[in-house]
Ligand binder design. Structure first.
Ligand code: FAD
Length: 315
């Protein structure tokens, strides 16, 4: 289906910056449709998408970006992002395939930022390492999981993170768990410039039969209680203290609400589903509606968990 969209702002990436990026990375794309790169399957194009395929390429791209002092957005697996229908002016950096090697030891793993979290969780279990079972159903890159402090089943990344290599304007830094200032679904990486290059997780020896059983039962729970399959961005709202956003949304009668091709899931009320050809504007209409209903009914202000990327002129 053809996607009509509002025009974006004029080009912002100068020929000099573009040339520096092309010198640093073999895969630089103009006007790349971003709906192809996010789990919601929503969003317009990136003015420039840069896809480094190795640690050295990522280092070179980071150097070019920091030297130019230009803004950029980072995309991991795109499973917690809502991209504007107009797309993204400027540079988007995609960290995924090609930057996904993992080095295992007896006490854990060092994985490049683009490594997939579910595959790491499976591999850890097979290798007799425990601690990552909770992550098997989170469709994240390990870098994105650190940035968001992803979690499930009462566990989260902060519990198993040993240290992280971060590319910063001041150079390459190693941040320990405490430097990352983890909190519920956030970390220092949401507030300061930094590109995760790799992540070292500390795991514990565990019987593979036991970790496999835990992992399988948690995946079963997820399949029963969450809409796995249709395009979504996972939970749209953060849980307010002491409660679950999904419970409040359900009790406020918002399950099944629809705007265009996007609807509030009737399986898990904190998910919105793109039934095909959905638009960011539809998601935001539903966000406003759900927030209004929950505020009116419970006096609770829901905050977004999903990150908005690009131009959202109406907000
Ligand atoms: C079906 C489904 C189920 C989900 N279930 C869960 C769940 O159980 N628990 C949970 O916590 N989340 C869940 N999520 C949300 C999502 O998977 C997490 O938020 C995840 O951490 C996002 O990782 P990502 O690689 O997709 O990052 P993206 O969505 O691409 O980016 C998220 C944020 O991380 C930043 N980022 C990404 N990579 C890097 C990097 N290398 N360096 C610095 N910053 C970076 C981005 O800039 C952005 O701010 C779910 C999503 C879906 C679609």
């Amino acid at each position: 289906m053809k996607r009509a969209r509002a025009p974006r702002s004029p080009a912002t990436v100068s020929p000099e910056v573009l040339a520096a990026l092309c010198g640093a990375c073999a895969d630089v794309r103009r006007e790349e449709p971003l709906h192809l790169h996010v789990s919601f399957r929503i969003g317009g194009p990136a003015e420039v998408l840069v896809v480094p395929r190795s640690a050295d390429e990522l280092r070179a791209v980071a150097c070019a970006l920091f030297a130019a002092g230009v803004p950029y957005a980072i995309l991991g697996r795109g499973s917690n992002l809502l991209i504007s229908d107009r797309g993204v002016s400027g540079i988007v950096l995609k960290i995924g395939h090609g930057l996904d090697r993992a080095r295992w030891s007896a006490t854990g793993v060092t994985a490049e930022a683009g490594a997939g979290l579910p595959a790491l969780a499976m591999r850890a279990s097979e290798r007799g390492l425990g601690g990552l079972e909770f992550a098997a159903g989170i469709p994240a890159s390990v870098g994105g999981a650190i940035a968001m402090n992803a979690g499930a089943h009462g566990h989260s990344m902060d519990e198993i993170t040993d240290f992280v290599t971060v590319l910063r304007p001041s150079g390459e830094e190693t941040w320990g768990r405490h430097d990352l200032a983890f909190a519920y679904r956030t970390s220092r990486l949401q507030r300061e410039p930094g590109i995760v290059l790799d992540v070292t997780l500390r795991l514990t020896p565990a019987d593979p039969g036991r970790t496999r059983a835990t992992l399988a039962s948690w995946l079963d729970d997820r399949a029963r209680t969450q809409p796995i399959g249709p395009p979504s961005s996972g939970c749209i709202f953060r849980n307010p203290p002491g409660d679950a956003a999904g419970r409040l949304i359900d009790a406020a009668g918002a399950k099944g609400l629809r705007s265009g091709a996007v609807e509030v899931s009737d399986v898990h009320a904190n998910y919105m589903i793109n039934a095909g050809g959905g638009r960011a504007a539809d998601v935001l209409t539903l966000v406003d509606d759900v927030r209004h209903r929950v505020r009116e009914r419970f006096g609770v202000e829901l905050e977004l968990e999903v990150k908005l990327v690009g131009e959202f002129p109406s907000r």
